[in-house]
Structure formats: C-alpha cells, structure tokens
Design a protein around this ligand. Structure first.
Ligand code: AMP
Length: 395
C-alpha cells in the first residue's frame, strides 16, 4: 500500500483536510477551514514549511478548498512533489447500500444524494466537499469512505427496530451505526497491540469523543453498535442525550406544544453533558466535579453508568471478550471515566491496573492477570480513510 491520500472531511461550515501517507499513517500536512460563509472565517494549515493562519472570509466550500491548495503551495508540501494516489472523502451515511468504500462517479453522487433524508445534517456537506474536490482535482480518483459501512455486518436482529415492518422498506428505519471508520481502525490496532489476528479477536470498542458510541466487534466484524438510525442513540455525549424513552417526543408535543423539530434539536444539541451541566466539554465537567459541583458529579455518574450498561450488554452479545478499547478525546484521556465504567466488573475478568490507568494515554491499562485486556488506543480516522481509499483505487 503506497502513496499519499488527500483526506477531506467536509462539514456544513468547515472543511478539514489531511495529506496522509497510506503506508505509515504519517500526515505530511493537515488543515482546517472553519466558519465558511461567515464574515470572518479561520484557516489553519500545518505543513513542513511552517504553520499558516488566516482569518479572511471564505464564502463557500469551493473557496475553502482553493485556499487549502494555495496553502500547500506556500507552506508545503507542494502537491506536485508527492505521489498522491487518491482523494478520500468522509461520508457520514451510506445507508444499507454501502458496506465498503466506493469509487466516486456521478452515479455514486446520486446515490449519496438519495440518502440525504437519513443524514440531513451531514450528507449535504459531504456532497459539497465531493463536488468541489472533483472539480478542482479532476485527475485524481475520489473515494467515498462511509461512517456507517463497518456496521453493515450487523445481523438483522441487531439492526431491526421492533416497529411496523413497513417502516424499514418505506423509510429505511433501522440501526445503521456511525464512527465505523474509527471502530474499524481501533479494532485492528487492538489486534496488532495484542499480537493477534483481527479475525481471532472479540473486542468492545468505546469511542468517547464529543460524539460517543460503543461497538461489539466479533472476529473483526461489527455485530452491534450503540448509535442507530442517526447518531443520537446510545451513550451520553457532549450535546446528545443518547438512549431515552421514544415516548418523550409525543409527550412534549402534548404537554409543551413542542414540534418534532424542536425536540430533535434539543436532543441533539442541548442535551447530554451540556443539558445536564451547561458544559459540553468533558474537561470542564471534570473540573467542576473536582470542585464539588453536584450537577457535574451527577452528569459524570450518568455518563459512566450508561457506559457500564453497554459494556455489560456487549459482553453478553460477544460471549467471550478479549479486549475493551477506549478511544477518542475522553476515552483516551480520562482515566477516571475508564475507572468508573469498569468499576465492579472484576467478576467478568476485567481488572484495571490503577497505576497504568492513571499514567497511560495509550497501551495496556489492565493488570497482567486480567482475562480481558483493557486498552487505550488513539484513533486515526484519517489514516483509515487513506488506507481504504488506496485499497479501492489499487484493486
Ligand atoms: P474528540 O471528539 O475525540 O476530539 O473528543 C472531544 C472530547 O474529549 C471533549 O469532550 C473533550 O473535553 C474531551 N477531552 C479532550 N482531552 C481531554 C482530557 N485530557 N481529559 C478529559 N477529556 C478530554
């Protein structure tokens, strides 16, 4: 697997990019254009010839990508000097259609457009990124890597909701799961770290960032995951509620006259840690908790209790668990979350080493005699996208 891949992650008002060596995972340059369409945008580019920072207005995604190309010229590396073999695009929702990354052509763009109702917040921005990148970089193959694809191996009893069966056919209502690129990467790294083959390992992956999800991975394949039709379901997150009684929507409509849109918005953007404490940043919640704030303590307890329930559920799903892996901002850095989520699970063969746990931000944090290895592994979605893009183009 050789060559560099320009990895693009287009959000509604942002464009994140990274030029990744698919073999080593090393990023030759990274950059982010934020607040696209506002009076003052922000562009930061980290290249071999230094960092670039600019606050000029960037009106749209096309201008953002043009600015990125200019930054490569001024702060390196010159795009022409590298063996760039593909552009890899993060696409949030691939529906039931995409179980693997795919080469982008007009037909694929049409199919991803058809999936917009399933991911109205994300897919339109991803499509915009694809459109402008294909226009500006027409000579490179473009590959779509879907956040949902890794979870397409879920069995029907795990992905089907117990609702009228025609909802699946008519509206595509089922569990899809997200963060698939991260779960796939981290499960693979766990095997490497334990010197085992991925298809010889059962792993529970806990991706705890601003968004949070758990996955049960049996022999390299995702068999269950906590996010559902949308990224709202499952664990407590920065601003999302995770699991709740689906009757809450109707109840709020009746007693408070709240529309579906309003409740959706509150559950996605005003809930989770933010709803409970006012702060969505886990570090802030930790600080307040340490200072004796009761709401922060309750939020922490809810967060870790929900995690523990999923660990128990996925332990039962897998039957045998070789490793539990923590990743993303909170998973990698919060020893207290790992300790609280795993507290009392010694009967399941899970023994955290308090010293290793407190000290390490990667590697093994369980005791030598723990039946289940507990691992901290930094995720690297850009590298995974680069690898998958190369696989598709070199097939
Ligand atoms: P991510 O989406 O992976 O960037 O993760 C973002 C989340 O990780 C935020 O809630 C951060 O507060 C949290 N985070 C980052 N660094 C730390 C840290 N050192 N300790 C606890 N949480 C952290």
């Amino acid at each position: 697997m050789t060559g560099h891949v320009l990895v693009i992650n287009a959000g509604s008002s942002s464009l994140k990019y990274s030029l990744v060596d698919a073999a080593s995972g090393e990023a030759a340059a990274t950059g982010l254009v934020e607040r696209i369409g506002e009076d003052q945008s922000h562009h930061v580019h980290h290249g071999p010839d230094g960092d670039f920072d600019d606050d000029q207005a960037v009106p749209n995604h096309e201008a953002a990508l043009e600015a990125a190309v200019r930054a490569f010229e001024t702060h390196g590396p010159a795009l022409g000097d590298l063996d760039i073999v593909a552009v890899g695009h993060r696409v949030v929702h691939g529906g039931s259609k995409f179980a693997a990354p795919a080469l982008i052509d007009d037909a694929l763009v049409a199919e991803v457009t058809d999936l917009v109702p399933l991911a109205p917040l994300h897919n339109p921005a991803n499509l915009e990124g694809i459109k402008v990148a294909r226009r500006l970089l027409p000579d490179l193959p473009h590959v779509a890597v879907f956040d949902t694809a890794f979870h397409q191996t879920l069995p029907p009893y795990a992905y089907t909701y117990a609702v009228p069966s025609e909802w699946l056919d008519e509206y595509g209502i089922r569990r899809y799961g997200f963060h698939g690129t991260s779960h796939a990467f981290v499960a693979g790294e766990a095997a490497r770290l334990l010197d085992r083959e991925p298809d010889d390992l059962n792993v529970i992956v806990l991706h705890l960032g601003n968004g949070c999800s758990a996955a049960a991975v049996r022999r390299g394949q995702s068999v269950d995951t906590s996010m559902g039709l949308t990224p709202l379901e499952g664990l407590v997150m920065g601003t999302r509620s995770g699991d709740l009684d689906p009757a809450i929507h109707g109840h709020l409509a009746r007693v408070a006259g709240r529309s579906a849109e309003e409740t959706d918005q509150a559950l996605n953007s005003e809930s989770g840690l933010k709803g409970l404490t006012g702060a969505n940043d886990f570090r802030e919640v930790s600080r307040r908790r340490a200072a004796g704030d009761e709401r922060a303590q309750l939020a922490f307890d809810i967060y870790c209790y929900r995690l523990k329930k999923y660990i128990g559920a996925y332990y039962a799903v897998l039957g045998t668990v070789d490793a539990i892996v923590f990743t993303a901002g909170v998973g990698q850095h919060s020893a207290e979350v790992r300790a609280a989520a795993l507290d009392g699970l010694e009967g399941l063969g899970i023994r955290l080493d308090p010293e290793r746990n407190a000290q390490r931000a990667d590697g093994v944090v369980s005791t030598a005699d723990s039946k289940v290895a507990v691992l901290v592994i930094p995720t690297n979605e850009e590298w995974e996208i680069a690898r998958q893009a190369v696989e598709v183009t070199q097939d």
